[in-house]
Design a protein around this ligand. Structure first.
Ligand code: ATP
Ligand code: MG
Ligand code: MG
Ligand code: MG
Length: 569
């Protein structure tokens, strides 16, 4: 590619709206342009990088035995009603109507669509196991789209869904995908960790997230010094700058003492649930007409949990509880959060949410486990800095008994779930097993944030001059720069010859024939992060050399043609 023919559009200004380095550099390099909140156009330069990520993901998925499909982005409401997620998915689901007034959503994920596909396609255990994947655009109406393509509303995801006759076979494929993810992120040159994760709105029994380690990451990961143990604490949502403000807002929204307590409960429960939540105190009636008090924990506009003071059987409509009701129920029943699994008690020291977090790290988010014995102190826990959490967690023993815990920040770039039969049962997907009996297959699902990876890679690979792409993601491996080509035909010819030769040797090379001053040209090349730069100048030609420099090297070297070729090969 000749850069004079390519739409390269860099800028020297640091964009004011960008908070993190990847967003800044993607804008400065002209990789993306914002259309509206969370919606971005990928420029020719950005798209080259995105396609590199896509290619690595696709090749490794194919090599792992998954088979590519392409499903629609727009999905009918009826499918989502089969699983109950039309209501349950919450505010991230973008709903729309067609001209016949039928409802659709723009797919935030594709469990329903693939399960529908499978129930039409799969009839026999002989067709299993099978793993279908796609690389496709998702839409999630994120509450706070930010950091550019890191948390966009429309973004590119690789999502895969596997089907199995037995749980053992699901376990095998889960491991296969886990290993494949390791290969993908290694190939892309990223420093990453796989961590235990919450199964969240997708549901299921086991799940791991893959995190690119970076200080700007929205997630916090607790990891052991003495083993491979690592878990997502998702408490970053409550402590990192943006989310911290949101958490503080949730905690401080109401200022009567009673409601403060209610928010306090929500904050602590939110931490225990690994989520930023606010509470809504509600009253309803049971079948006998008795008033029932419910503390609903809401994330965005999605109820993540309901703390019930008594059975909710037959509870119909809710209304907001009055202050007196809140006071009465929160005040009189300190143990209302239910039974405690004795071995897993969370130690909440005073009202320090940090302590709650610290204890939570030791694996407490399990069925039947609830906060209890909590001192619902009247003082709200202050929003905490990561350093506080570090202090609280660091040095704690790892739950697996090996080593002690530390905290790192991470960006979630991939997620694998063992779903079990949640979707196959809800959507009546069955195959005939080897005895001719209908059986619901076990499912797994496996996501990778293809577009997020581009931003995450920059967080890990940059310096004060710009991006420094890992080889596998670079828009080009190398660039040949011409110094003063207009006035020097020999330079122009030599540069073009080298450019052709490098490409012929299989090294993806650009030619900077824009005729810029060397300073401006080199600044651009450094900003856009091309790993290898070769400069052709009159002086070099006279000496029979080219000036070679690796993006991260401190000095350039003068090499002859053969040395340049062997350096880049
Ligand atoms: P997050 O915790 O960051 O909101 P998620 O857990 O909701 O992500 P998944 O449902 O696991 O996301 O989707 C699979 C992958 O898609 C994620 O691991 C992430 O890399 C990517 N992803 C999710 N939401 C976004 C987004 N808003 N913008 C860009 N990539 C995203
Ligand atoms: Mg999300
Ligand atoms: Mg997540
Ligand atoms: Mg996830």
């Amino acid at each position: 590619m000749r850069l004079s023919q390519f739409h390269l559009h860099t800028s020297k200004e640091t964009p004011a709206e960008a908070e993190i380095v990847s967003h800044k550099l993607m804008l400065k390099a002209g990789m993306i342009r914002k259309l509206a909140a969370g919606l971005y156009t990928w420029s020719p330069l950005g798209l080259r990088v995105l396609r590199k990520v896509e290619r690595a993901v696709r090749e490794e998925m194919n090599a792992a035995g998954a088979i590519e499909v392409l499903m629609p982005s727009v999905q009918p409401k009826e499918l989502w009603e089969e699983t109950g997620r039309w209501e349950k998915f919450g505010g991230q689901l973008l709903k729309m109507q067609d001209r016949k007034e039928a409802w659709y959503c723009y797919g935030p994920t594709h469990e329903e669509v693939i399960t529908d596909f499978a129930r039409n396609e799969l009839a026999s255990y002989k067709q299993l196991p099978v793993n279908f994947f796609q690389i496709q655009t998702k839409f999630r109406d994120e509450i706070r789209p930010r950091f550019g393509v890191m948390r966009a509303r429309e973004f590119l995801m690789k999502d895969a869904y596997s089907f199995h006759l037995t749980d053992e076979d699901l376990g095998r494929e889960y491991k296969n995908m886990y290993d494949t993810y390791g290969r993908i992120f290694t190939r892309l040159g990223l420093k990453f960790r796989a961590v235990f994760a919450d199964t969240g709105a997708i549901g299921g029994s086991a799940s791991h997230e893959f995190h690119v380690l970076a200080d700007s990451g929205e997630d916090a990961i607790a990891f052991s010094s003495g083993s491979d143990y690592a878990a997502n604490v998702e408490l970053a949502e409550a402590v990192s700058p943006g989310p911290r403000a949101a958490a503080a807002e949730a905690m401080h929204k109401v200022d009567t003492p009673t409601q403060k307590t209610c928010e306090d409960v929500a904050a602590l429960m939110g931490i225990a649930l690994q989520r930023t939540v606010k509470s809504v105190a509600l009253m309803g009636e049971d079948a006998e007409g008795n008033p029932q008090f419910v503390l609903a924990l809401v994330r965005g506009d999605h109820v993540v949990n309901e703390i019930k003071l008594s059975k909710l059987a037959g509870l119909g409509e809710y209304r907001l509880a009055t202050e007196e009701e809140i006071d009465q129920h929160l005040g009189s029943e300190p143990g209302f959060l239910g039974p405690v699994a004795p071995k897993k008690a969370i130690r909440i020291v005073a009202d320090r949410s940090v302590a709650a977090m610290a204890d939570f790290v030791v694996g407490a988010n399990e069925k039947g486990f609830h906060l209890a014995g909590v001192n619902w102190g009247r003082d709200l826990p202050e929003p905490h800095e990561v350093a506080d959490i570090r202090n609280a967690v660091e040095g704690d023993p790892s739950p697996d008994g090996h080593g002690t815990l530390g905290i790192a920040r991470g960006i979630e770039v991939g997620h694998v779930f063992a779903l079990g039969r949640k979707y196959s049962e809800a959507m009546k997907l069955t195959v005939l097993d080897n005895n001719g009996k209908a059986a619901a297959p076990a499912m797994g699902c496996y996501g990778i944030g293809v577009s997020r990876i581009v931003a995450a890679a920059i967080e890990q690979n940059h310096d004060e001059n710009g991006i420094a792409w890992p080889e596998a993601m670079a828009p080009w491996q190398a660039v040949v720069c011409m110094i003063n080509p207009k006035n020097d035909a020999a330079v122009s010819e030599a540069a073009q010859a080298l450019y052709r030769e490098l490409n012929a040797a299989g090294i993806e090379t650009a030619l900077d024939d824009r005729g810029l001053r060397p300073g401006a040209m080199f600044a651009d090349i450094e900003l856009i992060g091309i790993p290898h730069r070769v400069v052709v100048s009159e002086r070099g030609l006279a000496a029979g050399t080219f000036e070679y420099r690796h993006r991260l090297a401190s000095e350039a070297e003068n090499l002859d043609r053969a040395a340049v070729l062997s350096r880049l090969a």
